[in-house]
Design a protein around this ligand. Structure first.
Ligand code: CAP
Ligand code: MG
Length: 414
């Protein structure tokens, strides 16, 4: 009989193999628990163990190993055979499942994962990644620019599409639905899709520039797949999914459908802060971004490097990982959004670079002369930055930019 006890899951001499998934956690043990005991329980509960001593003979040993403890940082190595290839919900049920609520720890946060080739390449990764900037837009080396109509919900379809026309002809590349706009009576999905694309076609005709639309397909999976098909039929280059509220299994289904149609995926991350805002507990945005890349989104919101209105996080570090080599999988284009306006563009580009998408809602539609002027001001701020000219100097003969910086300066809104 083989007894499995918690102590079997700790081996600080173990060197992870190159097919192990290696996860780093922040762990705060419960009052009556030392770190080694807590680390063993994390490895046990997230792989094949439980609280009672087990006496079994005929089983495949899929035990994880707590193989590193450095202060509050615990490293756990998971054998490749524990995981169901290509099944992100199952992976997360291991590495971010029961352990998040176990009494052996007061706090636990999944900080970072090192993804081995067999597991990583069991997922499709992004179809385009940052290649969207060349393959969908000819944006050169400037950031691609997006806006989202505001108020975020409530605009009737025609007004929504008109905002798109004003923004696209003002120089922006992308119109984006807001995270909670899907198929409500005041702006039904089907009408919004066709009306917005009609305005997109007009704007492309008038500007000679490629324009696109991030239509939000978020819903239960069957409906999302129908909406992906409709977006493809209407010639849309993208769909947008609220990846956290929709769920990763659903995102994988949408990715498969988008592969068939050659459509890119914009990932909105609403609800991520439920997991990643409290530094000592949950799942880091870094890991959420890793999951999103493996599941195959092409662009994802990763914050504004503390320039915007929402809680700060390691935007630069996360973006670096999104661009990094990952067993041949495409990279992901980071999206900076949340409280941005033209006056913040130079500092934002200084912090995150140009291989990004910059989204501004209030920072476009709140312009004193309206959406079209606001879009021109945002594009002018990006063009000035790309040309290495200060906003003040550029604003001398660009009145829309001048009005924006008169109103908002270079301050971060709260
Ligand atoms: C931004 C936004 C985005 C946030 C999401 C909003 O609007 O549309 O959803 O950027 O946060 O609803 O707040 P503004 P994040 O441009 O008017 O602020 O990008 O951090 O995921
Ligand atoms: Mg929004």
């Amino acid at each position: 009989m083989t007894g499995i006890t918690y102590e079997d899951f700790l081996d600080l001499s173990y060197e992870p193999s190159d097919t192990d998934l290696v996860c780093d956690f922040h762990v705060e043990p419960a009052a009556d628990m030392d770190m080694e005991a807590a680390a063993s329980r994390v490895a046990s509960e997230s792989s094949n163990g439980t609280w009672a001593e087990l006496h079994v003979d005929d089983f495949v040993d899929l035990s994880a190993t707590a193989c590193g403890i450095d202060g509050s940082r615990v490293r756990v190595a998971y054998p490749d055979a524990l995981f169901d290839p290509g099944n992100m919900p199952q992976v997360l049920s291991c590495i971010a499942g029961n352990i998040m609520g176990m009494k052996a720890v007061d706090r636990i946060r999944l900080l970072d994962c090192t993804w081995p080739e067999p597991l990583a390449t069991s997922f499709p990764g992004p179809g385009f990644g940052s290649g969207v900037r060349e393959e969908i837009f000819d944006a050169g080396d400037r950031p691609i620019l997006a806006t989202v109509p505001k108020p975020k919900v409530g605009l009737p379809t025609k007004e929504h599409a008109q905002v798109g026309y004003e923004a696209w002809t003002g120089g922006l590349d992308l119109l984006k639905d807001d995270e909670n706009l899907t198929d409500q009576s005041f702006n039904p999905f089907e009408d919004r899709l066709t009306e917005s694309l009609a305005q997109r076609d007009r704007a492309e005709e008038e500007t000679g520039e490629p324009k696109s639309y991030l239509v939000n397909v978020t819903d239960e999976t069957a409906t999302m797949l129908e909406r992906v098909d409709r977006a493809a039929e209407e010639g849309c280059e993208y769909v947008m999914v609220d990846v956290v509220t929709a769920g990763w299994g659903a995102v994988q289904s949408v990715r498969d459908a988008c592969e068939d149609h050659g459509i890119a995926i914009h990932a909105h991350r609403a609800m991520h802060a439920a997991f990643d805002r409290i530094e000592s507990h949950g799942v880091s945005m870094r890991v959420i971004a890793q999951i999103a890349r493996l599941c195959g989104v092409d662009q994802i919101h990763t914050g504004t490097a503390d320039l915007g209105k929402l809680a700060n996080e390691d935007t630069v570090g996360i973006n670096e990982w999104l661009y990094s080599e990952l067993h041949g999988l495409n990279d992901v284009l980071p999206v900076a959004s949340g409280g941005l306006h033209p006056g913040l563009v130079p500092e934002l580009v200084e912090r995150v670079g140009r291989n990004v998408c910059i989204q501004a809602g209030g920072g476009v539609h709140g312009h004193p002369d309206g959406t079209h002027a606001g879009a021109k001001a945002l594009r002018q701020a990006v063009d000035a930055t790309a040309a290495g000219v200060s906003l003040e100097e550029y604003a001398a003969d660009h009145p829309e930019l001048a009005a924006a910086i008169d109103l908002w300066g270079t301050e971060t809104p709260r």
